[in-house]
Design a protein around this ligand. Structure first.
Ligand code: FRU
Length: 478
């Protein structure tokens, strides 16, 4: 069976989220704008839907809307430091080529030395440099991978994700004048998982840094645990002064269970864009049967508020995916009542504005079966929305769980807005305060789907809805 046929018949395979037709993907890598194109690389096993011997797959786009598939950029070389995997890293566009920085994996060592590869002028074909850039981690380090390189004035900085034997996770800072020889400067930032507040992991994977024009910084880390592997993602607002880089308290970057290893891209217009890896939330046996695993989230614009909150919203370019006229409704639901807000395609975007007469309580359901017994639930109440997937699939191989997203506008007499993007087996939910939640769900039925509202509290709720079907553009090679 060709991968294309399997994709067409698989109701869970995404239509507008980046991933190849078959096999395994994980982290976005090497995100860079180079000579008129956005380049997105990603961890990719072209042989099987399992995390083994990962390569760098590659897409590019001039507009973030129409994507072209590119040849595999990096392949593990037998007998070399990357024999068992070209692990994660980033890239810069410098002197007419893309330079990719990546982690070299071998099953017989625990750390992943940093290597580099240079592209041809078009950014398509890569040549690996023979020398490693950093071959061994500093003293006391017990995990070490995932370089992220950026320019600062006349020199280059690199951070590498790490964990120390004393329990601290860290982003280790290196500097260079020529991108070839690197000097270790100590941790750019570190924290113990046992510190008060949000847990942040035993080690950090894929540290990324956005530098804003007003001097603000955003450090993004993925919390990794020695005993359980990938956890959640964390954003740290910060600033730089004469004494170094300083970061505020950690905050959760995405509130869903299926978002990890996000990576940043600095767009030519100054925006910072972010893609994450959305892993599967179904049993491995089902993933093997489906023949594919993982997808990249839609690109998000990330910015910082003056009080250091991270705001995320889908990239504005995604409006070009809307097909046909929007459907709009205005409904009021009283306690105990239900109302249909929209008929939805399985690839769609919907805005729901909720205005509360009194108690900020309301249920929403994305119904994915004709008898409405299968649905993704949204329970809005006092300051949060719980997204519940425990009834979203009758198939017991799909994972359940309910996840809470802060919704500051859900106060008595208040109003708030949700923006929900769905693509067959993934939902990305954004609030008007710029918080995000990503999760996977596995409906057993094709569209049409519907969105309904349910009055739960003691007061009426007014709901204004705008829904769009989304479609990949002509010529798209996703
Ligand atoms: C994060 C990660 C990285 C590593 C890559 C391997 O998901 O574990 O730390 O470089 O995936 O595929």
């Amino acid at each position: 069976m060709s991968p294309h046929r399997s994709r067409a018949r698989d109701r869970h395979h995404p239509a507008i989220h980046l991933r190849p037709p078959a096999n395994w993907i994980n982290d976005p890598n090497g995100l860079v704008h180079h000579r008129g194109h956005y380049h997105v690389f990603f961890q990719y096993n072209p042989q099987a839907p399992t995390h083994e011997r990962v390569h760098w797959g590659h897409y590019r786009s001039a507009d973030l809307v129409r994507w072209q598939r590119q040849p595999i950029a990096l392949t593990p070389t037998p007998g070399r430091p990357d024999a068992d995997g070209c692990f994660s890293g980033n890239a810069v566009s410098h002197r007419g080529k893309i330079i990719a920085f990546y982690s070299t994996h071998r099953a017989d060592r625990w750390w992943q030395p940093v290597a580099a590869a240079d592209s041809d002028p078009s950014g398509t074909v890569f040549t690996k440099r023979p020398e490693l850039l950093v071959s061994r981690p500093p003293q006391g380090v017990t995990t070490f991978r995932d370089p992220y390189v950026w320019r600062e004035g006349e020199h280059w900085n690199m951070i590498v994700g790490a964990g120390f034997g004393d329990g601290r996770a860290a982003a280790l800072l290196y500097t260079s004048h020529d991108l070839a020889s690197w000097t270790y400067r100590g941790p750019l930032h570190s924290r113990s998982d046992a510190a008060d507040g949000l847990p942040t992991g035993d080690a950090w994977e894929c540290p990324q840094l956005a530098t804003y024009a007003d001097g603000g910084l955003l450090l993004v880390t993925s919390a990794w645990y020695r005993h359980s592997g990938p956890g959640h993602t964390v954003g740290w607002a910060g600033a730089r002064d004469g004494t170094g880089h300083h970061f505020d308290a950690p905050r959760r970057l995405d509130h869903g269970p299926d978002f990890y290893a996000p990576a940043l891209l600095h767009a030519p217009d100054g925006r910072w864009l972010l893609w994450g890896w959305s892993r599967e939330a179904r049993d491995d046996a089902w993933t093997l049967e489906a023949g594919w695993a993982g997808l990249l989230t839609l690109p998000r614009e990330v910015s910082l508020t003056p009080d250091g909150r991270v705001q995320q919203a889908p990239a504005r370019e995604l409006a070009a995916l809307r097909s046909g006229p929007p459907s709009r409704t205005v409904r009021t639901v009283a306690p105990g009542e239900s109302a249909v807000l929209a008929e939805l395609d399985s690839v769609a975007e919907v805005y729901v504005e909720l205005a509360f007469d009194g108690a900020p309580v309301c249920g929403l359901r994305l119904n994915t079966s004709p008898d409405n017994s299968e649905y993704l639930g949204f329970a809005v109440r006092y300051g949060e929305v719980q997204v519940d997937r425990s009834r979203s699939a009758h198939d017991p191989r799909a994972h359940g769980g309910a996840y809470s997203l802060p919704l500051p506008g859900a106060v008595p007499g208040g109003n708030c807005r949700l923006r929900i993007l769905i693509d067959r087996s993934v939902a990305e939910v954004f609030t008007d305060a710029g918080e995000a939640l990503t999760l996977r769900f596995y409906p057993g039925h094709d569209a049409p789907w519907s969105l309904t509202a349910h009055g739960l509290g003691g007061d009426c709720v007014r709901l204004g809805t705008e829904a769009h079907a989304l479609r990949p553009p002509e010529g798209d090679e996703r």
